[in-house]
Design a binder for this molecule. Structure first.
Ligand SMILES: *Cc1c(COP(=O)(O)O)cnc(C)c1O
Length: 377
């Protein structure tokens, strides 16, 4: 059994993906081929924003936003404590200071109360200037952007949506990667929309910001590549990846997001009496980067993971460590009592095999192992 079955997906899409890859190989337009521009247009249309700027990976996408906004030393950027390392890393990489914020136990996303408290504390302390907040669409579920926006407006903060896991999600009719002043995603293979290597994208409705982001992506180019008007990066999406993504975006849009939602519904139906299952608030729609359950303790979680492994069922702990406890942030001072939810989640979460092609038989096998384990626990 696969955790995310990319091999099966390739078999389904093989004919089109092979043709797309061969076309790039025979045209030899490996960098900035026309497929890149075409994909950017399709992605912008899918998300419902004016501009999509593709780049080398989801981490660069976040860094591009930091650079475009001129976020620097002395600035505070608010980041959930329960996320992948990148979300905090890029703040320090820009020279600014990440201020970690606790998350909600039901949605796994940034807690609005903790956010406002951390902003107030930072202002009161007077050492850092609050500049931005980076809500993460964790496990495919968009963060609570209505309330994030209220807080951001109140304290004059920019909103950077980290949609690395959120692509394909929605709040009402509005799609993920449209909620930030700038929004980003990742096309790492295991993300909801993945390519065959590294890839990422930045989204914005702001024309000037889009032009600036395009310049920063390509060595701070001015009128052309050999006219350099600012310090930038070399961060581009390969033509090969764009060609593959164009095929995969069609499947994603046509049926994959709908199918993975059916898988989630079935998991929840079978498991909601057995363990704590994910909560999707009214009006929200997830793209299910992960299906993450909660057990009662670290011991029970680790025991279940071992039991699943014995039955050849892969599972993952996303994430085993709060951001504020990462050694890389040792220089910053945080108090565990501000992060009780994140600390609890790191001990109790377990992500189960999840992809649009997961069969009912495989799900039954997984659910049976969990049920038997809980009966004995
Ligand atoms: C994967 C991920 C990233 C980074 O994306 P890469 O393409 O791997 O650089 C950033 N934030 C979150 C929440 C992620 O899950």
């Amino acid at each position: 059994m696969q955790f995310r079955d990319l091999k099966y997906q390739y078999q389904v899409l093989k004919e089109d993906i092979d043709a797309a890859m061969l076309k790039v190989a025979s045209d030899c337009n490996f960098i900035s081929g026309k497929q890149v521009k075409e994909l950017e247009e399709e992605l912008a249309e899918y998300v419902g924003v004016k501009h999509c700027i593709s780049c080398a990976n989801g981490t660069d996408a976040l860094s591009l936003a930091m650079m475009a906004w001129g976020i620097k030393e002395g600035n505070a950027v608010f980041v959930p404590d329960f996320t992948f390392f990148s979300t905090g890393e890029i703040v320090s990489f820009a020279g600014a200071t990440p201020v970690f914020v606790d998350v909600d136990l039901d949605t796994y996303n940034i807690s609005i109360d903790s956010l406002e408290k951390k902003i107030k504390d930072t202002i009161e302390e007077g050492k850092l200037t609050p500049r931005a907040v980076i809500p993460v669409d964790l496990f495919g579920l968009p963060a609570d952007y209505d309330n994030v926006r209220k807080i951001a407006d109140k304290y004059n903060l920019l909103v950077l949506e980290d949609g690395a896991q959120g692509f394909g999600g929605r709040i009402g009719e509005r799609r993920a990667c449209s909620f930030g002043d700038i929004s980003t995603t990742s096309f790492f293979p295991a993300k909801p929309l993945g390519c065959y290597g590294d890839g990422g994208a930045v989204f914005t409705d702001d024309d000037d910001m889009a032009a600036l982001l395009r310049s920063i992506c390509v060595h701070g180019k001015g009128t052309m590549k050999y006219d350099n008007v600012r310090i930038g990066l070399n961060s581009r999406l390969d033509t090969m990846q764009a060609a593959i993504l164009a095929v995969k975006l069609r499947a994603f849009n046509d049926y994959e997001v709908a199918d993975i939602n059916k898988v989630a519904e079935r998991y929840t139906e079978l498991l909601s009496d057995v363990v704590k299952t994910p909560v999707i608030p009214d009006g929200f729609y997830s793209s299910w980067a992960q299906y993450t359950i909660q057990l009662d303790s670290r011991k029970e979680r680790d025991g279940l993971q071992a039991e699943l492994k014995k039955n050849d069922i892969p599972s993952m702990v996303y994430y085993p460590k709060p951001m504020h406890k990462q050694q890389a942030f040792d220089g910053l001072l945080f108090n565990d009592k501000d992060y009780v939810n994140t600390i609890q989640l790191c001990d109790t979460v377990l992500s189960l095999p999840m992809h649009p092609y997961l069969t009912a038989e495989d799900m039954d096998t997984i659910v049976e192992v969990i049920k038997q384990y809980k009966l004995r626990a």
